[in-house]
Structure formats: structure tokens, C-alpha cells
Design a protein around this ligand. Sequence first.
Ligand SMILES: [Zn+2]
Length: 239
Amino acid sequence: MDQIARRQFLQVGLATGAVVILSGCEGGGSKAASLPGPSWPSDTGRRVPEPRSASVPRSTPAAPAISVPQGVISRTEWTRAQPIRALADSMGRIDKVTIHHDGMTPFYSTGKSDAARRLESIRNSHVSKGWADIGYHYVIDPAGRVWQGRPISLQGAHVKDGNPGNLGIMVMGNFDSQSPTPAALGSLDQFVAAQMRQYRIPVRGVYTHQELRPTACPGRSLQSYMTMTRASNGRMARA
Ligand SMILES: [Zn+2]
């Protein structure tokens, strides 16, 4: 096959999760976890209806209440697992936001089921490190969907020694080797702005991972976008 066809073939392979190298935004060498077994409904490309709230199993009364902001896809859409409550601290007052990428293989798919699979593979990887759950509170996919990760009643696991009160928002992909989609950036600006309003966080309280810890996360292209959008005339600052 010619080079373009070959590249497309590789991209499709990567996008469908056929090849997922799990390293995570912490850059640690966590080992690859196997992909989850459950099959997901075929993707329709539409946003799901408002999540239900009665999804906490009766057997886990201590599990945090599942409540998600409007338009956010509930975690019950991508995992059957609950956070391991004993391994997580309470969030406390939210006073900052930190932006990440997943730092794995580049991810181009706008399919809902591909994003769901990637979320579960990240959760598996994080749980295998001894964490309570996926480390991030919200995740944005290339189509601009916003997914619920760890419930916000619990501290995340996304900035070493910096998780209390820190809302972790991850954009799927590796932005050292790809650029975020316009749809993902539009959602990121809107969603972060909504969190800033809700928790009264000024724009200077919105960080990227590398501004708090030595790491490549969230990758060069998302880092430069964040610098731009937080500037005084940027979309996030003005939202
Ligand atoms: Zn990160």
C-alpha cells in the first residue's frame, strides 16, 4: 500500500484501540492492561440523554452519590465499576482545576464506543497502580463529549502531592504527537468556564499538569492552547 493508505491504516488501528500503549500523563511505566470485556452498543454519534441518578448499586451504600453536570456522560455509560472508596480522600472545597492529556497513543476516533473503551483501559491502568479509580474527574474526547470520571466528591489522582481541592480534567490523546480537535477545545473552554463559575475559581486557578509538576503533560500543542485561551482575550478567560 502507498504511504498515505498505510498511514490511514495505522491511524484506524490506533483509533479503534487496537494498539493502546498505556503510560498515562504521569509518564510512569505502568504496564499495559487488557481491554475490558463488555461490548459497547454501536456508536450512534449522538449525545446520550441525561444520565440517571439511581445507578448506585444497593450493595455499596458508602459509594459517593453520582451526580454529573448537565450534558456530561455518566460514568455508568462506560464502566460498571465503582471507586474503591477506602483508597480515596474526600475532595473538600474545590479551588483549582488542572488540565491533562492521557499521553498514550494518539487518538483520533470520534466514536463514542472507542472513547468508552479508552476510558475503561485508563481506569484499569490506574486501579492497577493501587488507585481508587480513574484519576481524573472529567474527560473530553475528540468529538467534544464530556465524560464523568472519578466522582467529584473524591479527590482525584492526577497531580502528585497536589490533589486536594483540585479538579482533574483530561483531554483524550497525546498532544506531543497530535493536535486537539476543535470540538475538544470548544468543549474544554466551555466546560472549564462552567466549573470556574460554579466553584468561583479565577482563571489563574486553572493550571496545566506541567505547571505544577515536572511532566510533559498535557503535551506541547495543548499546553500552547491553554496559554492562549487563558490569556486576557482568550476564550476560556472571557467565557
Ligand atoms: Zn497530567
